[in-house]
Design a protein around this ligand. Structure first.
Ligand SMILES: NC(=O)c1ccc[n+]([C@@H]2O[C@H](COP(=O)([O-])OP(=O)(O)OC[C@H]3O[C@@H](n4cnc5c(N)ncnc54)[C@H](OP(=O)(O)O)[C@@H]3O)[C@@H](O)[C@H]2O)c1
Length: 250
């Protein structure tokens, strides 16, 4: 059996690029987002037996529980979990509304923690000696952001959710290491996706200026780090935050 990877937010942006790469790698992939996308439907048509997609909200813990259970039944377990879905409301803290704070906490932090918990439960009930798990080694990757460690004006609440996720990943790595489950975070710099589409030209130019590699990132730049951290070549790496930002945080 190929490994099964669960990833939130696979309909577009970074999540979609990861889904595509993991299907190429041979994984069975289960993903969810609130809406579907033409790109995801095309992938499902190419890989009807290895792609499972549902439309649910990451703020709905009960829905996530059901989704993980269905994916585990369909593909025979869970090997890797990637908490990727997130949203950002930009604005200075003095004007941020309660509902915007709640939405970012619910989706980015609580939704990711619930997803990881449900996946880890599946990983822990795997029979000892399971050949597939032994060959690859189960793992969790949370998608953070460089703003978690660097900060960014107008993104303080978003940054708090990402810093929370990094703390979660570090502790979980210690908790689950003895059970053979690795937990890491990937922290991208600004990427050309819908999430960053409100970035002004001036800010875009400023980020490019301070990036040694001289451009903003694209999803394909980050996919390799996630593929690596969910693969056998990272078998002795856990509790780390891997920054993928063209050097801008250096
Ligand atoms: N873009 C950047 O500059 C940047 C930089 C650093 C880190 N990141 C991180 O990278 C990850 C991917 O971001 P991206 O740029 O690819 O974002 P994106 O293009 O906006 O895609 C976000 C994905 O998450 C899903 N999603 C959002 N809210 C959801 C909810 N409530 N329930 C379920 N699914 C939800 C979206 O689908 P629906 O809208 O249909 O639900 C979509 O599939 C995020 O964790 C983000 O914080 C992004």
């Amino acid at each position: 059996m190929p490994p099964t990877t669960i990833i939130s937010g696979g309909s577009r942006g970074l999540g979609l690029a990861v889904v595509e790469r993991l299907l190429e790698r041979g994984d069975c992939v289960a993903t969810f987002s609130r809406s579907g996308s033409v790109a995801l439907e095309s992938l499902a048509a190419i890989h009807p037996d290895r792609l499972h997609a549902e439309q649910i909200d990451a703020a709905d813990a009960e829905a996530i529980r059901g989704f993980v259970a269905r994916a585990a039944i369909r593909f025979g377990g869970v090997d890797h979990c990637i908490a990727n879905a997130a949203m950002a409301h930009e604005g200075v803290v003095a004007t941020v509304r309660d509902d915007e704070i709640d939405a970012m906490l619910d989706v980015n932090l609580r939704g990711s923690i619930v997803l990881v918990r449900e996946c880890v439960r599946q990983m822990l009930v795997r029979p000892v000696g399971n050949e597939r798990a032994a060959a690859v080694g189960p793992s969790v990757v949370v998608v953070s952001s460089v703003v978690a460690s660097r900060g960014s004006p107008g993104l303080a609440v978003y940054a708090a959710t990402k810093a929370g996720l990094e703390g979660f990943a570090r502790s979980l790595a210690r908790e689950l290491g003895p059970r053979g489950i690795r937990v890491n975070a990937v922290a991208p710099g600004f990427l050309e996706t819908d999430l960053s589409s409100s970035l002004s030209e001036a800010n875009r130019a400023r980020i490019v200026r301070r990036t040694p590699l001289g451009r903003l990132g694209v999803p394909a730049d980050v996919v390799g780090a996630i593929e690596f951290l969910t693969g056998p070549r990272s078998a002795f790496i856990t509790g780390q935050v891997v920054t993928v930002d063209g050097g801008s945080a250096a």
